[in-house]
Design a protein around this ligand. Structure first.
Ligand SMILES: Nc1ncnc2c1ncn2[C@@H]1O[C@H](COP(=O)(O)OP(=O)(O)OP(=O)(O)O)[C@@H](O)[C@H]1O
Ligand SMILES: [Mg+2]
Length: 147
């Protein structure tokens, strides 16, 4: 991870959150998993969009609403998972999540808590977004303990 991205930041627009995500993305490599937490509407998908753009993704990055995961082609493959709809991981779900977290992709995971068993050993960074009034957000970026 780009060391300058680590820490707690305040953004006041979606564009600023995307730019911060791009700084994080600069230090990512294939096989990395980035967990992106935060309440509804805090800006998780916005953050992933900024990171994906910086990784060379040109397709529109939207919430993987009806699927567990969305894959994008960039300079590296990018996987975008959203586990909001899962209240637990049965074996089949775990298999699907692991399939998306291949060694060739950088993976971003919204609502990651439920998927913890699938990420072991692969977490490169943890991002947490908090509403801070209006368009302001507090964005905390920490290194993952795994990689
Ligand atoms: N500082 C900011 N950072 C990020 N998003 C912001 C900011 N200010 C305003 N926004 C707006 O807040 C909304 C955040 O939506 P987004 O889909 O990224 O959130 P989310 O956390 O992924 O939501 P969900 O929990 O539904 O997955 C967007 O409409 C975005 O434009
Ligand atoms: Mg989202």
């Amino acid at each position: 991870m780009c060391p300058s991205a680590e820490g707690t930041h305040r953004t006041i627009s979606a564009a600023q959150t995307e730019a911060l995500a791009a700084r994080l993305a600069a230090g990512l490599r294939a096989g990395d998993v980035v967990l992106v937490g935060g309440d509804l509407g805090a800006g998780k998908t916005t953050f992933v969009r900024g990171a994906a753009r910086a990784l060379g993704v040109t397709d529109p990055v939207t919430s993987p609403t009806f699927t567990l995961a969305q894959r994008y082609a960039g300079r590296v493959a990018v996987a975008h998972l959203d586990l909001f709809r899962l209240d637990g991981l049965d074996e089949e779900d775990l298999g699907s999540v692991e399939e998306e977290l291949g060694p060739h992709a950088v993976a971003f995971v919204e609502w990651p808590a439920v998927g913890r068993p699938a990420f072991a050993g692969r977490v490169r960074a943890r991002v947490h977004l908090r509403h801070a009034g209006g368009d302001a957000r507090e964005v905390t970026i920490a290194g993952g303990e795994d990689r």
